[in-house]
Design a protein around this ligand. Sequence first.
Ligand code: DMJ
Length: 602
Amino acid sequence: MLSLTRRRNSLYLLAGLIFTFVFLSYHNLPRDALPSGLLRPGSGPGSPPGTGSRWTRLKPKFPVPPSSMHRLPTSPPLHLPKIQKSFGPESTTDRGIRLIRQQRVKDTFLRCWNSYRTHAWLSDELRPVSGGKRDPFGGWGATLVDSLDTLWIMGLKAEFEEAVQAVGNISFDATRLKEVSVFETNIRYLGGFLSAYDLSGDRRLLEKAVEVGEMLYVAFDTSNHMPVTRWDLNGAARGRRQTAGDRVLLAELGTFGLEFTRLSMVTGDAKWFDASERITKALRAAQNETQLPGMWPVVVDARAMKFGQHADHTLGAMADSWFEYLPKMYALVGGLLPEYREMYEVAMSTAIRHNLFRPMVPGDADILMAGLVHAKTSNGETRTSLRPEGQHLVCFAGGLLALGGRLIEKQLHVDKGEKITDGCVWAYKAMPTGIMPETFYVVPCESILECKWDEKKWVQAVMELGSSGEDKLSFEKAKQLIEYKRLPKGFTAIPDTRYHLRPEAIESVFVLYRITGRKDLMESAWDMFQAIDSNTRTELASSALMDVTVTDQAVTLSDTMESFWLGETLKYFYLMFSETDLISLDEYVFNTEAHPLKRLLP
Ligand code: DMJ
């Protein structure tokens, strides 16, 4: 009897504790005066508090006074132009082919996922050849978190549930790394949790998103509120004083908007939106004061807040996602922040004028590439020179311009986006493996309107590029170099022959397909998938390649599989062959790690 009473008392005690915890959870939730339209249904009382981690207990050295906080706009969202094409009915044959292809993508995903689960569970990455593991992203299970929404989208609900339970074991309190990338942590972990929460409504994921958000917010605790981008997280946890860097990459400084804004939208706490808006406002003020007015350079000074000194301007590596987020931010908040639209428009007309060029290729295909511009402005005069390079990373720009063009109803942008995407498809098809290399050089055409293939001109360009100083290459030697370096016609050099399992080309093919419905894109996507799948396949999973110019797989496997293979690349391939309303671009924006976030709609 006594023991029964004791057991009952303990049960009451437990119930009391749970009640107290839930009650406190409600009331600890930061609740700024946000319009209910910006809060997802079910947020508000009952939302997770985001307390409990070591990060919320740290006293900020440079607190942001509530009076100076940027807050989300309160007016009703606008009716923005439709992005996706209205697709008509599909023939039974087309549907049959599409579904077979989709299943093939899913099979590849599952092979990789199961191997990760068996050999590298909770580590950042699986080593797909040796079966080992790696932890370059904090050691917080990057592949697990990056894959959550893909599992959901592919309908792998049992795997999803198991993964969600596992993320409960991840602690963001510390890392073994000396330095973590704040950018990567934001796009992979915060983006991954937010997206999986948006899709599933599972509040355990929102709790994890808040936990990561609280941690990242500490990186912004500097005197000017610019974030430290390569971050000594353990030092910060010990209360170390922080300063923003004086040479930081544009993408690493400017890629917080979507994740931080969405986090503010779903929690009702404006602090994350405020943190990213401070960066936007600073960059916006400098947009026309750079060496290439209208664009920002790859390297900026976040410490002195000087953004216009460096000379190199590109839409590609190290700058990319800052540009990507401009139209996407406009879409995310239902058009209520028009400055993003304005910045996008100015930046893209500058890039179209200076960075985009037509390469000379066999068959005279009318395609575009986005190169790097070296610029210097003095006394109002801008001098530029173009480096005619192609990059796998810059392939996202096709989708960026097409999406932005639809959002602001500028067909020119859609057309340019199509041609950039066609350029990436061309580069895939040109390689013996059917896969584009990481970087390469081509011959820029003199005119964008007409450009005839000229073999002699191509060899001469290889000659020039292969010569250094007095050491001039002859025409004959250039031809030997072409053979030795396995340069397909049109390529003048391939400084980086690797393929890292990257998504950018299929990303743009997917966006362009949803926008235009061009059937050839579906075929190109399938060719790309087959080429990638067959060349990268290992016993266990899929591996990055060292050299896409050779077809002997054994020589080229690099034994790495970054989390974006499951988080991005295979997701875009899967969506390419899905019904066109699955993750519609009219309902979601993808962050730069392909995590779809819900747009604010009227
Ligand atoms: C991803 O982590 C993101 O897309 C990022 O913006 C840059 N590239 C990799 C994939 O290539």
